[in-house]
Write a protein that binds this ligand. Structure first.
Ligand code: ADP
Length: 329
């Protein structure tokens, strides 16, 4: 089937992926492969803006790539690679930075948030993060970028930067990417309050063993108003119930919904069922992960092959960029 164009997306190497990453990103990455030619980058250079130590950069990259492949990203079709393996992105970033007003960067909500979070670490790279992101996108002549609401200003920035560049150098040399609005669910952690994330240690790893998964699920916070087993519960405010809706067959979801409301099923039972269903859902992923992971070199081969294909596209773009700027040959 002819594909509708090229998609690009990047994610920082965060190691073993959790349910939040899966439902919020990977699942969509896998689905997009049907319709688009996909380019997925593990953006290790971006990670340098915030990481404290780089000692885990390689293992985190490997673990994330392994999870992506096990989840169904198909390297025969899609380009999967490590950002720093295509150094042209750094070059394009520099050229783009010359057409970027500084005030535009410091006005972005994500930048302001980072400054609030860690005022002691406002480095130059952090300010320029959206410029590097733009370079990533346009280097591969991307047609479409899937973005959730919080990333929308970054994509708008990328589009404006492309227009400024093309205007400045008088040529339609860079392709303006389109935004594909993607509804990204906010997956809550086992605390039932905050967004699932590694740093909060409220996550459930896709690659955990069934027993580890069960223990994690049993710690999940349910309806906070439900104190005793005999109290009726409210599934609408229960994080376990929202997970059931994703991983449990519809007729069981309906039963749980009904039984919880009349205290026919307790939270412990409800969580046991969820753990079982989750483990069942994740079994094929875990099997495939073990299979691929048994030979780590295959993961690196995929990433190196992806980088080779990515570099070919990137170099082509850069030839026209350098020409448009009129850099001496
Ligand atoms: P990045 O900063 O590169 O986006 P993260 O590890 O924060 O790295 O997230 C990677 C992807 O997983 C992002 O697309 C993000 O939206 C998604 N994600 C992470 N945690 C969650 C969550 N709890 N709920 C939904 N999506 C999530």
């Amino acid at each position: 089937m002819a594909k509708k164009g090229r998609v690009f997306s990047g994610a920082r190497p965060t190691g073993r992926q959790h349910l939040g990453n899966y439902l919020g990103a990977i699942k969509n990455y896998v689905a997009l492969q049907q319709e688009f030619e996909c380019v997925y980058s593990i953006v290790d250079v971006h990670a340098l803006t915030t990481v404290e130590t780089t000692k885990d950069l390689t293992s985190n990259t490997f673990d994330m790539a392994l999870d992506w492949l096990a989840a169904g990203i198909r390297p025969e079709e899609s380009i999967v690679f490590v950002q720093s393996h295509v150094p042209q992105v750094m070059e394009l970033h520099t050229y783009l930075s010359m057409v970027t007003p500084l005030g535009k960067l410091t006005d972005l909500p994500t930048f302001k948030e980072k400054v609030r979070e860690s005022p002691e670490n406002v480095n130059y790279g952090l300010v320029g993060y959206p410029v590097l992101m733009t370079a990533d996108i346009v280097l591969y002549r991307t047609d479409v970028v899937p973005v959730g609401v919080d990333q929308a200003p970054h994509l708008e920035f990328a589009r404006e930067t492309v227009r400024s560049f093309n205007y400045r150098y008088g040529a339609a040399v860079l392709k303006e990417p389109q935004m594909k609005n993607t509804e990204i669910p906010k997956v809550l952690g086992i605390d039932g309050q905050q967004k699932m994330g590694k740093s909060l240690n409220n996550h459930i790893e896709l690659a955990a063993t069934p027993e580890e998964t069960r223990l994690r699920v049993m710690q999940m916070v349910t309806d906070p108003q439900r104190m005793r087993r005999t109290d009726p519960g409210n599934p609408e405010v229960c994080n376990v119930f929202s997970m059931h809706k994703i991983f449990t067959p519809a007729e069981d979801v309906a039963m749980i919904n009904q039984e919880c409301r009349r205290a026919g099923i307790g939270c412990v039972d409800c969580k046991k069922r969820f753990a079982e269903n989750l483990n069942q859902n994740l079994a094929p992923f875990r099997e495939k992960r073990a299979e691929i992971g048994a030979n780590p070199a295959t993961v690196w081969d995929v990433l190196h092959d992806g980088a080779k294909r990515a570099r070919a596209i990137a170099e082509e773009t850069m030839v026209s960029v350098r020409e448009a700027i009129q850099l001496p040959k």
